[in-house]
Design a protein around this ligand. Structure first.
Ligand SMILES: [Zn+2]
Length: 240
């Protein structure tokens, strides 16, 4: 790609926001770092079945490989089993808009086998490895129960609320105030989550432009598991 195209792509990626949700609680959880909702946590050593409802073969293959990095030896003591059956716990689609996933075990409450629990709205065969890894590790982080790092109860992000609201209420997100409030500003209660201090390098961190904070704090695009992500998931899903 030409440099200009790469910059355009980067800008586009920065504008793409994921949302994680809990069925029945239109709750959209937002932003970066290793906090895990206790209610969405799997039992260590669980087997989690995964299938694709649609999608390009080459992209599916890449998603499968990247997702299993979370359960590599020494990380989460969970097994992700990809199968052709649609009665899997995690069902992936590429057909809907945006990228999103249900949090952790909450996928069990969506029983319609035709209904996805995870979606990748912008992955295509031509997506770069970097772009694919960023979003797949992030969504599977949600599927293992991780919330956005910016909602880590250890918190501390000094939001420029007006700037965040202005940007997210416009395209391509077009979020209403309630969605912005829930996704961005509402920290998760300490009692709801296991958490570490905020990790700016977490795969669960959204990119935050400096204009969104009042103290110049910013976060770039993270596209791999941080050391803290690895340590945290190992601690949450230890060998039994
Ligand atoms: Zn997310």
């Amino acid at each position: 790609m030409e440099n200009q195209e790469m910059e355009d792509q980067e800008m586009e990626d920065q504008d793409q926001w994921c949302f994680a949700w809990v069925p029945g609680d239109e709750g959209v959880e937002g932003a970066n770092r290793a906090a895990l909702l206790n209610s969405a946590k799997w039992t260590p050593s669980s087997t989690i079945t995964v299938s694709f409802l649609d999608g390009d073969e080459s992209v599916k293959q890449r998603v499968r490989q990247v997702a299993q990095r979370w359960t590599a030896p020494g990380l989460a003591n969970l097994r992700l089993i990809f199968q052709d059956d649609n009665d899997s716990l995690i069902r992936i689609s590429f057909k809907h808009s945006g990228s999103w996933s249900v949090l952790g075990t909450q996928c069990k409450s969506i029983t319609d086998p035709a209904r996805p629990t995870m979606n990748y709205g912008w992955l295509k065969p031509e997506s770069t490895d970097d772009a694919l890894r960023r979003v797949v590790l992030h969504e599977f982080g949600h599927a293992l129960g991780l919330i956005h790092e910016h909602q880590n109860p250890a918190g501390g992000i000094q939001w420029n609320r007006d700037a965040v609201i202005r940007d997210l209420s416009g395209p391509p997100n077009n979020w209403d105030l309630e969605k912005i409030e829930h996704n961005m500003f509402r920290p998760i209660e300490k009692k709801e989550s296991n958490f570490t201090s905020v990790d700016p390098k977490s795969i669960m961190m959204y990119p935050l432009p400096a204009k969104w904070t009042t103290n110049g704090f910013s976060i770039g695009l993270n596209s791999d598991l941080s050391e803290t992500d690895k340590a945290f998931i190992r601690q949450q899903y230890p060998p039994v």
